[in-house]
Ligand binder design. Structure first.
Ligand code: DGY
Length: 324
């Protein structure tokens, strides 16, 4: 492709070289800053000049933005989740939306497990206590947590990440329950001893409930006051998916009143803010949206997000389009 016909791409925030180099080979690329996201006004004023935008999950790719971008052909989201993109509007305008599935599955499943182990064994709480000089001596009843091995894990959303979490649970001899639109293949259910249940039943039986459903209008506040009341008083909630799946105000109440034992959270309804009172509670571990945050995974995400743009705009390679 001659230089003058190269597609123009806006990358809203610096991404790892694995992606930038590939993009620069095929497109004219303009890149946002490394140390801050592109604010809304800047995005609205720069976006109209481009054929493709490589967006972050913090960029609202909505109707007003698309309205200003007559030449926009593809939105390549640097994430697997696409709840920041108005998919219907993109479809109406013939704008392809792509994402980065598969490459972040293991990192996200690992983090779900890190939060589960942390909250069950009170590691971060113990760290806080230790730093404050609160540890006086070893004692039989000091800082007891919950045994993970042999407990019941309930997975809500058995897609790629849910399955990766389930796979890891086998090493802990856990009983596995899941709630999902489609069942696992029968052989997989058998191999894992996994049982598919309605959400209400899963919530009543699981010791740990881990959320892996996508965030859509249908899954908004999937876990609210009523669902938290259904959970066992000694059960834990883990969320590495999207904050909007959980009614955060109701969760604060449930954690405060002892309706559930604790929670491990990586995502929040209004990131980077958290519901009032959440950060004051001891029985919650609060990670700052780190699901895919390993050097290796972020590099692979950059490569896939770039490949998607090149495939859509230049016709070279394959694109991972979001299915509506
Ligand atoms: C995703 O890809 O949706 C993750 O939340 C990014 O960390």
């Amino acid at each position: 492709m001659s230089r003058s016909h190269r597609p123009r791409v806006l990358v809203t925030r610096e991404i790892p070289d694995e992606g930038l180099q590939l993009l620069q080979k095929h497109c004219d690329v303009s890149v946002g800053a490394r140390n801050r996201g592109m604010d809304r006004d800047e995005l609205l004023s720069r976006a109209p000049d481009y054929d493709g935008i490589l967006s972050m999950l913090t960029d609202a790719m909505d109707a007003p933005l698309m309205e200003r971008c007559p030449s926009l052909k593809v939105i390549s989201n640097y994430a697997v989740g696409v709840d920041n993109v108005d998919l219907k509007e993109a479809q109406r305008r013939g704008i392809a939306v792509t994402h980065t599935p598969d490459v972040l599955t293991d990192a996200t499943a690992d983090l779900a497990w890190a939060l589960l182990m942390d909250i069950a064994r009170r590691v971060t709480e113990g760290d806080r206590l230790n730093r404050a000089g609160g540890w006086k001596t070893w004692s039989p009843f000091f800082h007891l947590g919950r045994e993970v091995t042999g407990a019941t894990l309930g997975i809500v959303g058995m897609g790629r990440i849910g399955q990766a979490v389930a796979k890891r649970a086998r090493g802990f001899d856990m009983r596995l329950l899941y709630h999902s639109r489609s069942p696992l293949p029968a052989e997989r259910e058998q191999e894992w001893g996994a049982e598919r249940l309605p959400l209400e039943d899963l919530l009543q039986e699981a010791d740990f409930v881990s959320l892996h459903a996508p965030y859509t209008p249908k899954t908004h506040h999937l876990i609210g006051k009523r669902e938290l009341q259904l959970m066992k008083r000694d059960a834990y909630l883990i969320n590495t998916s999207r904050g909007g799946l959980v009614d955060e105000g109701a969760l604060v109440e449930a954690l405060r009143s002892g309706e559930i034992a604790g929670a491990g959270l990586d995502v929040y309804e209004r990131e980077p803010e958290m519901a009032e009172g959440l950060a004051q509670l001891e029985n919650v571990v609060l990670a700052p949206h780190l699901g895919s945050a390993t050097r290796e995974t972020r590099g692979r995400m950059a490569r896939v997000a770039a490949e998607n743009l090149v495939a859509e705009l230049v016709g070279v390679g394959r694109s991972r389009r979001v299915r509506l």
